[in-house]
Design a protein around this ligand. Structure first.
Ligand code: ZN
Length: 233
């Protein structure tokens, strides 16, 4: 009976976790609809430049490997992300919100269309992970965020680029996190099915011909639907 209760409890936690994952910090941004996507014209192939800020311990080849996987996904939309490593630095604060604040206060250089911060893994993180895993096991909730994109312009974000073999790896990985946050960097929100996001990416690509656009900036439409045609601060 005890075993059965534990199993029930686990199932309940798993379900809660799965729903939370879908609604908030999900590995998937929505379910793909191949037929719908194939019927949409995404126009000409185009590249955009992603400037990378990374923490110590993340190697250049880690960056290339991440982008290789992201670019496989982006090829669905005739898009390509070209990484440039801007700098290596110490984390500006412990929490994800500290990183977002840092990014919001960092001017995006002229050669960048997007700014991506790759978060590493410190001993402090490991302790925090164990602590949040405890909470995960206890009430089926997970505090740790794998990545985020600021919602003002959808041009700056971070991902956690290093993991160990904790339970998280069952649900997520740096590569799937980059794909997820990568969609936010193109203006997509969360949805159950991807159609809305496909339309958004098509609309973003259409902005290339907008006369108001800064010709040296790959535009985006932010989460609330505002066109971002010029490089934000
Ligand atoms: Zn998300």
């Amino acid at each position: 009976m005890l075993g059965y209760n534990l199993l029930l409890q686990f199932k309940k936690n798993f379900l809660t976790y799965f729903i939370l994952l879908l609604l908030t910090n999900c590995t998937t941004i929505g379910f793909h609809q191949d037929k719908v996507r194939e019927a949409i014209s995404f126009g000409e192939p185009i590249s955009f430049r992603v400037c990378v800020i990374k923490e110590k311990g993340i190697l250049d080849q880690d960056v290339w490997a991440l982008f290789e996987v992201w670019n496989e996904e982006l090829s669905l939309y005739k898009l390509k992300a070209e990484p440039t490593i801007l700098l290596e630095m110490e984390r500006p604060g412990f929490y994800g919100s500290d990183i977002l604040e840092y990014l919001n206060n960092t001017r995006m250089p002229d050669q960048c269309d997007r700014l991506l911060y790759l978060k590493g893994r410190t001993w402090g993180d490991i302790v925090f992970e164990i602590f949040t895993l405890g909470i995960f096991a206890g009430i089926g909730l997970k505090l740790e965020v794998q990545g985020a994109v600021e919602a003002r312009t959808n041009t700056k974000g971070y991902i956690k680029a290093k993991y160990i073999s904790t339970i998280q790896l069952i649900f997520t990985s740096p590569k799937s996190t980059l794909i997820h946050e990568g969609y936010h960097l193109l203006g997509c929100g969360h949805q159950l099915f991807m159609k809305e996001c496909y339309d958004r990416i098509r609309d973003v690509k259409l902005l290339i011909t907008d006369p108001e656009r800064d010709p040296n900036f790959f535009p985006v439409i932010n989460t609330s639907g505002k066109k971002i045609l010029k490089r934000p601060f």
